[in-house]
Design a protein around this ligand. Structure first.
Ligand code: SF4
Length: 494
């Protein structure tokens, strides 16, 4: 396969390229555009004119530099061995194949797709969707030799994008609905996807009937179809293995898969928890579930949400903490479809733990939120500041409050014990409770108080009178690459 006829380079070496705002000639789709899509459908051979690229609306050369424009990309394919189950997986390859084009950046998928063309590549001659379409069709056919015929349409006319967007949404919904009747226990195997490894090397998606991939593009049926046509490809079957913790969604087969995919860095995943051994996140997630320690609940923010979420952070800032293929407790990349799963965050308490959603997301999944909690979950129309959230939840009698009651009664008990055990004015250690204390601090400076975390000493000034203070860490995990302990020598008087 040769791409020499084209004015720009094509190949996986360009895949990690970013086109920043100041380097872009134009962008299409993305957060500034309401309706955009990319779709692949299998069609009868007779309806496809192989190799055709159609452009409905202005071509790249007719777009004004610096602008953001609507886009719809529609790939139609045919082949005697092609099944409709493969559509989603082939469609997802828009991501890596578009990124193979020098100076062409592709982000996201389905109805959140976002392209940027760099000024440099435009100047070199990447000035028509015909070039993009031809390259894409070559790459699709090379990867899937069961595609016998292909044609591609680029919609840039706003009206046409909107009309075809509705059709695309119907197709996505049908795909998603298919898997909703299936449960994890109904199947013998799960699947894994490593398509995003070029962006997030440690990341692999575990795909189960009750956990849609975090990009929201590949469900269990789609993954099964992909693994069938290419068992050694980036989407492959994994044995479930032993069920280690059903509620958490921990399976020995998934642990083994993530250990191999992350080259030993990660060896345990709870599919249905955001705080304990959470699933890794690449960067393609449709939304982020973020933990809000102030109320011991979760919020969600999606890509389309403009402004700050209730924790004061916008999607983009949280995405930086969430992505990259790490296991980040309290920041989890998720798909919207996973929010419709009966196992959504079930290990952490499920919907009883969710306290804030963007109204757009709430509207989309309202039928899947248990009826008794729907109006107890705030949106940006109810609460915009974290300081007001607790009051809202109290007014609504949100089930997350049970956790506060438990916490308060524990606090009271601990506080009493502490007061009884420690007479005022006696220098002591702070009462930090840990199941295991495998470190005893040595050399705490004389005349100081300390409280102990395993491996960490935090000195606090001594008090000779008064009630002192108490610091309680809840649900905190501290990772330190190294800890240095130095004996502090009292300063000599000059
Ligand atoms: S997000 Fe997951 S399922 Fe989607 S393409 Fe990336 S690795 Fe595959």
């Amino acid at each position: 396969m040769s791409f020499e006829a084209y004015p720009i380079g094509v190949g996986p070496q360009f895949e990690g390229e970013r086109v920043r705002a100041k380097e872009m000639y134009v962008e299409l789709g993305g957060p500034k555009i309401d309706k955009k899509f990319e779709l692949c459908e299998v069609k009868p051979a007779k309806s496809i004119k192989d190799g055709t690229v159609k452009i409905v609306g202005p071509d790249l050369s007719e777009l004004k530099e610096g602008g953001s424009y609507p886009i719809g990309v529609y790939l139609e394919i045919s082949g005697s061995q092609l099944e409709t189950d493969l559509e989603a997986v082939i469609e997802r390859r828009f991501h890596d194949f578009s990124n193979f084009i020098q100076g062409f950046m592709h982000l996201n998928q389905r109805y959140t797709n976002w392209f940027r063309i760099s000024k440099k590549s435009y100047a070199k001659g990447l000035n028509s969707f015909t070039i993009v379409g031809e390259i894409l069709m070559k790459l699709f056919k090379a990867e899937y030799n069961i595609i016998e015929k292909a044609q591609i349409t680029f919609f840039t006319d706003k009206k046409q994008v909107n009309t075809n967007f509705d059709h695309a949404m119907e197709v996505y919904t049908k795909r998603d609905e298919r898997v909703r009747g299936l449960k994890d226990e109904d199947v013998k195997e799960f699947y894994a996807c490593t398509l995003c490894a070029s962006f997030a090397p440690k990341h692999a998606c575990a795909i189960a009937p009750n956990r849609m991939s975090l990009c929201g593009a590949i469900n269990w049926f789609d993954a099964r179809a992909a693994a069938k046509v290419d068992p050694k490809g980036p989407i492959f079957r994994i044995e479930k293995g032993q069920v280690l913790n059903e509620k958490a969604g921990e399976y020995s087969g998934i642990n083994e898969m993530i250990k191999n995919s992350s080259l030993g860095e990660i060896d345990r995943v709870y599919m249905y928890s955001g705080l304990e051994y959470p699933h890794t996140s690449c960067g393609c997630f449709e939304a982020i579930a973020y933990y809000i320690p102030e109320v011991e609940g979760y919020g969600v923010v999606d890509r389309d949400f403009k402004g700050n979420a209730v924790n004061g952070l916008p999607f983009s800032t949280m995405a930086n903490s969430t992505g990259g293929g790490n296991q980040v407790e309290g920041f989890n990349g998720i798909s919207i479809e996973y929010m419709r799963s009966p196992r959504f965050f079930q290990y952490d308490g499920g919907w009883d733990r969710f306290v804030w959603l963007p109204s757009g997301v709430k509207e989309r999944i309202i039928d899947f939120i248990p009826a008794e909690i729907r109006d107890k979950i705030a949106t940006e129309a109810d609460v915009t500041e974290i300081g007001d959230l607790r009051g809202f939840l109290k007014d609504k009698n949100h089930p997350v409050m049970k956790r506060w009651e438990e916490e308060e009664s524990e606090d009271e008990e601990e506080s009493e014990e502490y007061v009884q055990a420690q007479p005022l004015g006696v220098s002591t250690q702070m009462p930090y409770q840990m199941a295991q204390q495998n470190y005893t601090p040595q050399g705490a400076p004389p005349g100081s108080q300390s409280f102990i975390l395993p491996g960490i000493v935090i000195p606090a000034p001594s008090t000779s009178s008064g009630p002192g203070f108490k610091i309680i860490f809840k649900n905190v995990k501290i990772n330190a690459e190294s800890v240095t302990i130095k004996k502090i020598k009292p300063k000599k008087d000059k």
